[in-house]
Design a protein around this ligand. Structure first.
Ligand SMILES: [Zn+2]
Length: 427
């Protein structure tokens, strides 16, 4: 549905998301690093970008590239009502999740995943990487529903799928069969490495998994060190394995939460080793802040969270993801990238007016997901963006603003009736 015919907009764009050029250097820039620019497009591409000469700039809206969500679980999203975890701890989240899995139907997965994609598109995402419960009787139906939806929504959003299983599964015959199937549909291999674990056993399991990934050409995305105990036990083991095996596929470490509890010198050493092995990290501050470090009648003052800044400093690409949405692991969330930025600001002290505070939600998320477009706005890039009804970061993040979304040069509406509009857009 087209909202307007105009092919030119005067907007604020964060300086860190505009390719540097002489024309940008002369643009008026706000204290929050927003550049006042005039943007033109033809068809599905940006054709011009130049500084706005006319005042005032105070009424301009903010324009951002469409976002990438590097870590979600759309097969279990919105299950909180039927499977609440009122104590909010890791163990009960796991048990509640497993109980919910036993009752799952194909239709339920389809509905919740489609609701996730619909919200994500309306809120401004262009890609989502979802981990998929792939162990036990619900596996086939989960993949059937999500692969079907991946094709259906392909023109609006890219869906990447990661098979989430216990690490040891990849060493079994069924696991190897599953991996062949995952490879055939362009998926990634996932797994969980959280202490306590036997180092020798886990080392062999990682080696087996990496060999399988190499053989099939599947990327890897692990849930690792989502814990407050034995800081970075999983990551330390992982880099030791990487020292001895050549991994030919991209490797992402999601969570990496307990690494933040390491003494600074150990932390820096590990971060440098991760950078050397080109391991990418997805920090998930919301779920971590809710689930980890719990102790009865105690407010946690020490929070396990991936050390985002220190990892960036060492040269590691770090993205921030939303993780769970209204399921046993986390009771909130709505596939809204602006709400994610807003909540992450105080938890992780990530300020979007700083380049490294904005990158985890934009360019680094695109890099972790190996997306074709890096998210930098420049002539020739896709006309794929979100226009926020806000003229500063402070306003945008204080309450999620209304917004318009442009996909391939066409606007879609973001109103309450927009589910129908989206379907109309899908044709
Ligand atoms: Zn997760």
């Amino acid at each position: 549905m087209k909202l307007q015919e105009g092919k030119c907009l005067d907007v604020w764009i964060p300086r860190g998301l505009v390719s540097s050029g002489a024309e940008i250097l002369s643009a008026f820039t706000s204290a929050e690093g927003l550049c006042a620019l005039s943007l033109s497009w033809e068809g599905d591409q940006i054709t011009n970008l130049q500084p706005i000469q006319t005042e005032p700039v105070s009424s301009l809206k903010m324009l951002l590239p469409r976002f990438a969500e590097p870590h979600a679980h759309i097969d279990k999203a919105f299950t909180w009502r039927e499977a609440p975890n009122l104590n909010g701890n890791y163990q009960e989240a796991l048990e509640t999740n497993l109980n919910e899995q036993r009752k799952r139907t194909l239709q339920a997965v389809y509905l919740r995943a489609e609701r996730s994609l619909s919200l994500a598109v309306k809120n401004g995402y262009r890609a989502i990487r979802s981990h998929v419960d792939s162990f036990g009787s619900c596996t086939d139906q989960n993949w059937e529903a999500l692969l079907d939806l991946r094709s259906k929504w392909n023109s609006l959003i890219e869906l990447q799928l990661v098979a989430l299983v216990p690490l040891e599964y990849w060493s079994t015959e069924q696991g190897k069969d599953l991996a062949v199937g995952i490879s055939a549909v362009g998926g990634l291999l996932g797994g969980v490495l959280v202490p306590p674990f036997d180092r020798k056993v886990s080392r062999n399991l990682l080696i087996q998994m990496f060999k399988l990934a190499n053989q099939l050409g599947c990327g890897i995305d692990l849930h690792i060190d989502e814990s407050q105990m034995q800081p970075a036990a999983g990551l330390s083991l992982l880099v030791q394995v990487l020292d001895h095996i050549e991994l030919d596929v991209p490797l992402t470490c999601s969570h990496s939460s307990s690494m933040g509890l390491l003494p600074s010198r150990d932390l820096r050493y590990l971060a440098e080793r991760l950078a050397r092995h080109q391991v990418k990290v997805v920090a998930l501050p919301l779920t971590n802040a809710w689930l980890l470090g719990r102790k009865e009648r105690t407010t946690p003052v020490q929070r396990p969270i991936a050390p985002i800044s220190q990892l960036q400093e060492a040269g590691v690409t770090v993205a921030v993801g939303g993780d769970n949405v209204q399921d046993p692991w986390f009771p909130l969330g709505n596939f809204d990238p602006i709400a994610l930025m807003s909540l992450s600001l105080p938890i992780a002290q990530l300020a979007p007016w700083k380049r490294l505070g904005l990158a985890p939600f934009t360019t680094s998320a695109a890099a972790v997901m190996n997306l074709e477009w890096d998210g930098i706005i420049q002539i020739g890039c896709p006309a794929d963006f979100v226009l926020l009804d806000a003229n500063s970061w402070s306003e945008a993040l204080s309450s999620p603003p209304s917004r318009e979304v442009m996909i391939n040069g066409s606007w879609i509406a973001n109103r309450s009736e927009s589910k129908n509009n989206l379907i109309e857009f899908l044709g």
